[in-house]
Structures are given as C-alpha cells and as structure tokens.
Ligand binder design. Structure first.
Ligand SMILES: Cc1ncc(COP(=O)(O)O)c(C=O)c1O
Length: 407
C-alpha cells in the first residue's frame, strides 16, 4: 500500500466511535461504517504558518496548504482554484427587511461550483496514493468536478447522475472525459451502482463522505471566508444542504481556527437550507432528533438538495445543534421567483440552490430567527449558468422598420 510523507494530519478518526486510523494511506468508511475525519497537530501547524504568511501567498485555495492533508512534497492537481468573491446584495437585503447580506459566489470556481474545492484535494490525494480509476454518484456538480480533476490527473472516472440532471452539467461531465451514465432514479440509486461495482470495476468509491478528503478541500471555503472577513465571521451562514459536506467542513475548520486562536468573536449560527420536497435534515432538526430518517417522496427540482438519506446526516445535525443554528425548508416556486428577482435587481445570477438560501433568509427574517442586526452570509454554491433559464423569444425582422417604442 502506498504511504505518503507526513502532513500536519496526525490520524483519521471515526466520527461515530472515535477509533483512530493512520494518516497518509487510502481510506474509505470506518469499520463502524461511518465517515472518517482528519485530525491535525494544530500546535505544530500554528507554529509553521501565520496569518501574515498566508496573506502574502497567491490568491487561491492552496494558500491554506497547512490545513490540508496534502504532504509538502506532493504537487496539487489544480485547475486554478481562485478565491471566490464576497458580493454585497443591498437591494435584496432591503427588500427582505434584512441588514448586511453578502453572497459568497462559488460559481466562479473551475467547473462552476464549490465542488471543485473538494475534488481538487480528493483527486490530489487519490493520485498520490496510486489510484487509477474512480467512480461517483452525484446530483451533477460533483460529477463535473471529478471528471475535470480526474482528467487533469490522468485518472479514469465513472460518473452516475439521475436522468433528469440539467443538460449542461450532464454534457459537461462527458465532455471532461468521464464515462458518464444517467440512472433512472435518484442519487441513492446512483450510489448503489457505484457501491455494487467496486469489486468488478476496481474503482475507488468517491461517494460523499465515504472518503475523508473532499471534506478537507471544502474547508478552504471557511478559511477563505474567515480571511476575507478579517479573521472574524458573520453571525449567520446559510448553505444549501444535500449531503451536508460543506456545513461539516466549514464547522470543522472554524473549530480548528478557534483552537489555534486565529478567530476573533463568536462562531456563526449555521443554517441548513433544504426543500419542502426533500428536507430530511430539517425534519430531524425540528423534531430534535440525532438521526436523519430517509425522506420518502422526493418532489423537489432543486437538484443539489435532493438527497433523501444523507450518510453524514448525524454530523450535519451536530453542526446545527453545536452552532445554535437550525434547518429550514423552502418551496420550489419561491426559489424560481427569487432567482429571477436577484438576477434582475442585483445583476447576480444565482443557481437554484443559492436562490433557495435567499428564500430561506426571507422566511427566517419573518420568523424572527434572523434579525436585521445579523450579518448574514449566503452561499451561491454554483454558477447560475449551469441551470436552465426561462427562454427568450423576442425577434426582430431586419427587413422591417423597428418599432422602438415597443421594445
Ligand atoms: C449547486 C449545489 N449546491 C448545494 C449542493 C449540496 O451540497 P452538499 O451535498 O455538500 O450538502 C450541491 C450538491 O450536489 C450542489 O450541486
């Protein structure tokens, strides 16, 4: 088995039993069938790098290299993972009765979504550990991320998506060189194809939270945000939640930063945004449970949150409880209107999942769980251009006089 030279990771820990696994080798789930999480020697890390060192580095996710599991002698598999901007949306905020509202636009990353962060790190580790073939079940964006980074790394990839995945993403996956297949079901059905094929195909199963390094890559979202806010954090963070990796990753790194004393002020309340047509985490939170039950009847078209039985459900609930946050579910129709409204009023094209966070904010201002005094951060998790837009059918006949008043 390939073993890597040391990073600041000391070991990996089973998120259920706390059992330890060695760093620097290939990992799937723990023996208890739960996700493994990487643990760091934070004292050594904080001695090796300062905020000032980081500020001098190139503006990309690799500036946080010490917080990642990639050993110093390994070159990252990279497609140029720029820092994503924080964009204030004052008109939307005023319309909703909110105070400071900022969007972190993850649509600017390679392959147009936040999934690139996790894939860059997971594929770098997989390549370093000698993996030649990988497979993933996905709502779409993780699949285009894997396809792109696997091609970059010279790894063969197999990507399985539900058959109603938006056309742009489905085509993008195949165009990046993956073996792309649509399955007539949901992401759980795609996951079964991947799991059942492990022995015969010899692929590495990159299902959400079945390997530990996608989470580590997504921590860079939290690190970047902390640095952009001057090493403080907003009061409330809204994130569209399917498998929940981002909430888990952000909370993990906030705690790491707190432990080394880099963060001023309280940690934010974390909000999981789901749909009324698939909201297993919101339901479990509202019922005060520790376990998520499978959502029986998925009816939403917000693809990123269509995960009826998230493997990391418990970990996501822990984040909501620990951060004094909550879950909230939104209607598809409201999401369609919010996406159009923000695009027209702010010039910012959100994906449906990002627009879901705006609807959630509106709901929670009304409910009183968020107030106008809160500094709010809303994530736009992908480029709006990847999801269908209403058609535009206005045509001018060049042979006829233009009726300018009618334009
Ligand atoms: C655009 C978008 N937003 C949000 C999510 C949900 O992310 P997670 O599964 O990490 O909760 C996804 C997942 O596919 C997505 O594609």
């Amino acid at each position: 088995m390939t073993a890597l030279s040391p990073s600041f990771v000391t070991h990996l820990e089973c998120s259920e039993t706390g059992e330890h696994h060695p760093a620097g080798i290939l990992h799937g789930l723990s023996q208890a069938g739960a996700p493994l999480l990487a643990h760091y020697d934070l004292e050594a890390l904080a001695k090796a790098v300062t905020k000032e060192d980081i500020a001098k580095r190139p503006p990309d996710m690799w500036r946080y290299r010490e917080f990642l599991p990639i050993p110093p002698d390994i070159e990252p598999v990279s497609l140029g993972e720029n820092m994503t901007p924080l964009i204030a949306v004052p008109k939307t905020a005023a319309r909703l009765g909110a105070g400071e509202v900022v969007v972190k636009d993850e649509g600017r990353l390679p392959t147009g979504s936040f999934k690139g962060r996790g894939m860059a790190v997971a594929v770098t580790m997989a390549k370093a550990l000698g993996i030649k073939r990988m497979a993933i079940p996905t709502a779409g964006n993780a699949g285009s991320g894997l396809a792109a980074y696997a091609s970059r790394a010279g790894i063969e990839s197999f990507v399985f998506t539900p058959s109603d995945t938006p056309e742009v993403t489905a085509s993008e996956i195949a165009f990046h060189g993956a073996h792309a297949w649509m399955v007539d079901g949901l992401v759980g059905d795609c996951a079964k194809v991947v799991a059942d094929g492990v022995d015969e195909m010899g692929w590495f199963d990159l299902t959400t939270l079945k390997e530990p390094y996608r989470v580590e890559g997504k921590k860079t979202m939290g690190l970047e945000m902390a640095e952009q806010y001057g090493w403080t954090l907003p009061d409330v963070i809204f994130f569209p939640t399917g498998g929940g990796v981002c909430l888990i990753a952000m909370w993990k790194v906030f705690k790491e930063l707190k432990e080394i004393g880099w963060l001023e002020g309280p940690l934010p309340r974390m909000v999981a945004v789901q749909s009324t047509g698939c909201g297993p985490i919101v339901k479990a939170f509202d019922e005060g449970k520790r376990d998520v039950e499978t959502w029986p009847d998925v009816t939403t078209n917000i693809h990123g949150v269509r995960v009826p039985n998230p493997l990391g459900g418990r970990l996501v609930l822990d984040v909501l409880y620990d951060s004094n946050g909550f879950g909230t579910a939104v209607d598809d129709d409201a999401v369609v209107s919010a996406r159009a409204q923000v695009c027209a009023e702010e010039g910012l094209h959100l994906c449906p999942e990002g627009a879901a966070c705006v609807v959630a904010l509106e709901q929670e201002i009304k409910s009183g769980r968020v107030s106008a005094g809160d500094r709010v951060l809303v994530f736009n998790s992908a480029s709006g251009l990847k999801s269908p837009m209403p058609p535009m059918n206005n045509r001018l006949d060049k042979g006829k006089a233009v009726d300018y008043k009618a334009l």
